[in-house]
Structures are given as structure tokens and as C-alpha cells.
Design a protein. Structure first.
Length: 141
């Protein structure tokens, strides 16, 4: 199963405070373990919300809202995409992440939908289209 591991923002990450050399080195070692185990598919840190925008959809109207955004606990500071056997395995990996006391407080793990999750609404034609797109971007399962 694929899961997205969502690292929530903190006041420090929203202030643009970057990790120290030691924190980066520890995270690099952890990421190497994930890659060696075949778990990590992708992972990135994100700039603070002041560098982002949101697009609000209201019917046919589109509104662009520039950051920063309130509610630090609801903002995302980074993510991983992992391939694991179960949600429990993802939790065990995450417990090993080298987050110190001054940084991340909350990390969320969410399963990624598969084609089968959509049931009959995901017709053979839509499945073929999805497969073609995945092959073009290099993420075919």
C-alpha cells in the first residue's frame, strides 16, 4: 500500500527556520534507511506558507489567496510517499524518524487511493486512461 506521510508545520518552519547540519544529517541517514528498505518513493520539504498561494473554487469563480496562512497546525511543512505492507508498518517506520524536541510535533499518515477503491465508477476506460498517464510519468505500478 502507498501512504502519504504528512509533516505538519510548526511556528519555526513557518518562520523559515531551517534545520541544523546535524538535523539534516540525521534525516539523510533515515531517508537512506527508507530507500534501502524499498519504502521511500518520494519526499520533500516545503517552503513556509508565506511563499505559497491557495486557489479557492466557488462554482465557476476562482480566487487566488496569497500566503501566509493561519493555523500552523493545519499547514504542511513536508511529505514522504512510502510503499509499505500496512499502516502499522508505516507507523513503525515513522516512530524511528529523527524529529527532535524543537521541531515537528505532529505527522499524519494517510493511505493513497488505489484504482480499486473507486469501485464501478472507475470504468475500464478510466482505468486505461489512468494507466497510460502513470506510464507517461513513470509511476506505473
Amino acid at each position: 500500500m502507498k501512504v502519504m506521510v504528512i509533516v505538519k508545520a510548526t511556528a519555526d518552519s513557518e518562520a523559515g527556520q531551517l534545520p541544523t547540519h546535524d538535523e539534516l544529517a540525521a534525516m539523510g541517514r533515515f531517508n537512506e534507511e527508507l530507500v534501502e528498505a524499498g519504502v521511500m518513493l518520494a519526499g520533500e520539504g516545503l517552503h513556509p506558507s508565506e511563499r505559497g498561494v491557495r486557489v479557492r473554487f466557488d462554482g465557476v469563480t476562482r480566487s487566488v489567496i496569497e500566503g501566509p496562512f493561519a493555523g500552523t497546525g493545519e499547514l504542511v511543512a513536508g511529505f514522504w510517499l512510502w510503499q509499505v505492507r500496512s499502516l502499522e508498518e508505516a507507523v513503525e517506520w515513522l516512530k524511528r524518524a529523527p524529529f527532535g524536541s524543537r521541531c515537528v510535533k505532529t505527522v499524519e499518515i494517510r493511505p493513497v487511493f488505489t484504482m480499486d477503491d473507486f469501485g464501478q465508477a472507475f470504468t475500464p476506460g478510466l482505468r486505461e486512461q489512468e494507466q497510460r498517464l502513470r506510464e507517461r510519468i513513470g509511476t506505473a505500478d
